[in-house]
Ligand binder design. Structure first.
Ligand code: NAD
Length: 424
């Protein structure tokens, strides 16, 4: 039996310490009681599990998995599961905390959670991935459930992985439990509109922000880092709106064309070749070059900490829309603010996914399913309302969109904690 060796990490700083630092600063700005900030600085519960899996060649690998609940004061915890070779417990804790703020900002009756397994899903066969998922689900089965903690897809996981989680949980309890996981395939109780929901929420945020600035969507040039669920769907939605998508990238590198890429061709090229590089009518660029490219809106939609104090001074975009969670370090944030670059923070800009996950959970509990136009209209209502609340808080406190968004969210969780009272 062998355990996978840890690969090099993309994280330059400890994300959980960054998230705790953000919370402390928000507490000061919004004068939140220090006792409450101390409570919210820590995660309520976390498990680390061993996930032994028989590989196709007969050997056994022992993977490590995590599930962390940051907070469930406002309702069951909600958050994705990440399969990535460099995922760490502190990354999962930070992502769980950000989920608490995101759900509160959107006004959803959820707390925050996150999960992860240290593995490279690209190197696993479908059978290995299924066995890993079923064993991981079994190891965390006492933690999850429709009233406790509801997982969803994140980096490296998709609707098929959610289907295996749903099936494993349901087989264990003896009946189908639609509300145990979201991001499921439509054939087993998924919601229409869930796959593109995160990107659609980002689109609504970009459009509303441009309107505030007296600009129009179709005059805008956008660069997108990451071409998975969030990045590729956002590229397609923007292209449908007539936006020039001038650069896109994945983990292997990127492609650019200042006059606009053929987005459907990029999607087809990636599906055929497994990479974007080589797309006809484009030049190759690195992921580092993409961040600094001449564009109007930069949308990091891959991993954390890609916008740092090193590259923030050279960013040419006038707006950043955080499709990914935690792509901007606090040091970069300060530089961007000084340079008057508008940052639409992750808890607002990528919340479309959890909003439609909430819709999926509601539909699953009621066993009554909505039409796509209803899903998109309700998504628009929630995201635009949260945007407007964040924008006016930003103006009232003369602060950044991030501090405003976190401030609103933390105050809501703090208020719920106070009203419920400290147990026992
Ligand atoms: P995904 O696995 O579908 O796609 C990730 C993309 O990032 C892939 O194209 C991959 O090639 C690329 N990538 C990986 N490492 C990279 C690197 N070092 N440089 C550049 N690109 C790299 O994941 P996703 O679901 O699209 O999630 C992307 C981000 O969005 C994550 O931060 C995730 O937490 C966040 N997010 C996702 C959802 C969702 O509904 N899927 C919701 C909210 C937030």
């Amino acid at each position: 039996m062998s355990a996978a060796a840890p690969p090099p990490t993309h994280l330059r700083e400890n994300p959980f310490e960054l998230a705790q630092g953000q919370l402390r600063r928000v507490g000061e700005t919004f004068a939140v009681d220090e006792d409450l900030i101390r409570i919210l600085s820590l995660c309520k519960k976390g498990v680390e599990v061993s996930v032994p899996v028989q590989m196709d060649d007969g050997s056994v690998h022992a993977f490590t998995g995590y599930r962390v609940i940051h907070n469930m004061t406002r309702g069951p915890a909600k958050g994705g599961i990440r399969y990535h070779p460099a995922v760490t417990q502190d990354e999962v804790k930070a992502l769980a905390m950000w989920m608490t703020w995101k759900c509160a900002l959107m006004g959803l009756p959820f707390g925050g959670a996150k999960g992860g397994v240290i593995c490279d899903p690209k190197t696993l066969s479908s059978g290995e991935l299924e066995r890993l998922t079923r064993r991981y689900t079994t190891e965390i089965i006492n933690e999850i459930g429709p009233e406790k903690d509801i997982p969803a897809p994140d980096v490296g996981t998709d609707a098929q992985v959610m289907a295996w989680i749903f099936d494993t949980y349901s087989m264990n309890v003896g009946h189908s439990v639609l509300g145990v996981v979201t991001g499921k395939p439509l054939s087993i109780g998924g919601s229409v509109g869930r796959v593109g929901a995160t990107a659609r929420g980002s689109l609504y945020c970009i459009r509303t922000a441009l309107q505030k600035q007296g600009k129009r969507l179709h005059d805008t040039r956008v660069a997108i880092q990451g071409f998975g669920n969030v990045g590729s769907n956002l590229a397609q939605l923007l292209a449908e709106e007539g936006v020039r998508v001038i650069a896109v990238s994945d983990s292997k590198g990127g492609v650019a064309n200042p006059y606009g890429l053929d987005v459907p061709a990029a999607v087809a090229h990636k599906a055929e070749h497994g990479q974007l590089e080589g797309l006809p009518g484009s030049d190759s660029i690195t992921n580092e070059e993409l961040i600094e490219i001449d564009c109007d809106v930069l949308t990091p939609c891959a991993l954390e900490q890609v916008i740092t104090a090193d590259n923030a001074p050279r960013i040419q975009a006038s707006m950043i829309c955080e499709g990914a969670n935690g792509p901007t370090t606090p040091a970069a944030d300060e530089i961007l603010e000084d340079r008057n670059i508008l940052v639409l923070p992750d808890v607002l800009a990528n919340a479309g996914g959890v909003v439609v996950s909430y819709f999926e959970w509601v539909q699953g509990l009621q066993e009554y399913f909505w039409k796509e136009y209803e899903v998109n209209a309700k998504l628009n209502d929630i995201v635009v309302r949260a945007f407007e609340e964040t924008w006016s808080t930003r103006e009232r406190y003369a602060t950044s969109m991030r501090t405003a968004a976190y401030g609103l969210a933390v105050q809501r969780v703090a208020e719920a904690t106070t009203i419920r009272g400290l147990y026992p």
